[in-house]
Design a binder for this molecule. Structure first.
Ligand SMILES: Cc1cc2nc3c(=O)[nH]c(=O)nc-3n(C[C@H](O)[C@H](O)[C@H](O)COP(=O)(O)OP(=O)(O)OC[C@H]3O[C@@H](n4cnc5c(N)ncnc54)[C@H](O)[C@@H]3O)c2cc1C
Length: 362
């Protein structure tokens, strides 16, 4: 790394999930700098995404992450994030039981997001005060010769130059991107380590109702793991989990990773039918939903993290290019916060900002 810090004014964060949003808010806390965030989908959240039913405003469902657990060892280093979210009631302690929750003994407390898991991402993005561009899927990143800037190209045709690029997408997706960044200054060890990172997929079905469902109200739990089933892994009753009894009920059912892997060739309708049939067998009294919606996560859960969990890696010093996200830590809220903290630490070792002074919010 060169001892001379480069002056930067334009930063691009790729990915509108938890890591990207927290990193954006932390950078904004350090300096007045122009930050753009490009997200592939038409909504932010990534795997902290909440599906909102068109036409039924009081019905929404968290489709990826369901809850946040704070372990004792992270209590000190991440307390400020939890304090902030608890104070604004964006996180609240989980009041209901999770059936078959094996990790309970290791954890201090479990929290849920009453406004939907995407409200956590929205919170950090609003603090970052950055420009968010949806439906901006990055397909190519090139180092412009002699100009010390990155040229980033999206599938929608947008092309723009940035002084710094921060990737917060799973490593297997980074490796699929095009452009000369894949070959510049890259240590072979880093490339090999990136290729070792592995994720497992999961399917999810949202079951949406239009009226209150007595059967769900009377169940003595809000979430449940199905330990002995080869197809259904987990179920969450969203209104109950969030203790929002006036919300129209909705359920998310997530599959085992083996089911998602073994049936990846099947179409949405076939997968929906297989999952709905099985949930009917497991819960025969569950009333028919008004509608269902299918989701497939190709990179749901990290099974082989980047070696030694460094939080991120710097792919290029000048101009700076950093790859972070849960691939470098673990698939959890805490993993994303850790990655965002390390991304900003590494960035600040390499760059200074145009106005030459730092802002610290109170
Ligand atoms: C089914 C499921 C259940 C889970 N349960 C929990 C749980 O209960 N508790 C918990 O803490 N964690 C849970 N997790 C893990 C947690 O959701 C993830 O670890 C976390 O959301 C990862 O955040 P991230 O920002 O690093 O990545 P992501 O959330 O994946 O964000 C990356 C973003 O980048 C976008 N993107 C990808 N490629 C491009 C591109 N080329 N250009 C532009 N944008 C791009 C994606 O659309 C996405 O929005 C779960 C995950 C899944 C899938």
């Amino acid at each position: 790394m060169s001892s001379e810090k480069t002056v930067v004014s334009k930063i691009l964060i790729i990915g509108g999930g938890l890591t990207g949003s927290v990193a954006a808010s932390l950078i904004k806390n350090e300096a007045f700098v122009e930050i753009e965030l490009w997200e592939r989908l038409e909504q932010i959240g990534g795997r902290y995404q909440t599906y909102r039913t068109p036409g039924t405003p009081d019905c929404s469902i968290d489709i990826g992450a369901q809850y946040v657990t704070l372990s004792l060892e992270l209590m000190r280093s991440q307390a400020k994030f939890y304090d902030e979210l608890l104070e604004k009631q964006l996180l609240v302690p989980l009041g209901q039981k999770i059936e078959n929750f094996r990790r309970l003994s290791e954890t201090k407390t479990t929290f849920v997001a009453p406004g939907g898991t995407d409200s956590l991402v929205s919170h950090f993005l609003s603090k970052a005060d950055c420009q968010v561009f949806l439906e901006h899927e990055v397909k190519e990143i090139n180092l412009k010769e002699n100009e010390q800037v990155w040229e980033v190209i999206a599938s929608n045709g947008k092309v723009k130059e940035f002084d710094v690029v921060i990737l917060t997408i799973p490593i297997p997706e980074v490796l699929k991107l095009e452009g000369n960044f894949q070959n510049i200054n890259q240590d072979d060890d880093i490339k090999m380590a990136m290729e070792q990172v592995k994720y497992e997929p999961r399917c999810a079905i949202a079951m949406l109702y239009k009226e209150p469902v007595k059967y769900l109200e009377e169940l003595p739990m809000s979430m449940k793991y199905f330990d002995d089933d080869d197809l259904i892994y987990f179920l969450s009753i969203n209104s109950k989990k969030r203790e929002r009894n006036k919300e129209t009920p909705s359920i998310i059912v997530q599959s085992t990773t083996s089911f998602a892997k073994d049936n990846s060739g099947k179409n949405e309708n076939e997968l929906t039918k297989m999952m709905v049939d099985r949930i009917r067998t497991l819960m025969p009294d569950l009333p028919e939903p008004s509608s269902t919606k299918f989701f497939y996560w190709s990179y749901a859960e990290l099974t082989e993290p980047y070696i030694d969990n460094p939080g991120c890696v710097v792919l290029n010093d000048t101009p700076c290019l950093i790859s972070g996200g849960d691939s470098y830590t673990e698939s959890s809220f805490n993993g994303c916060i850790t990655s965002a903290l390390v991304i900003v630490e590494e960035l600040l070792k390499r760059v200074k900002f145009l106005r030459g002074w730092r802002r610290r919010s109170s």
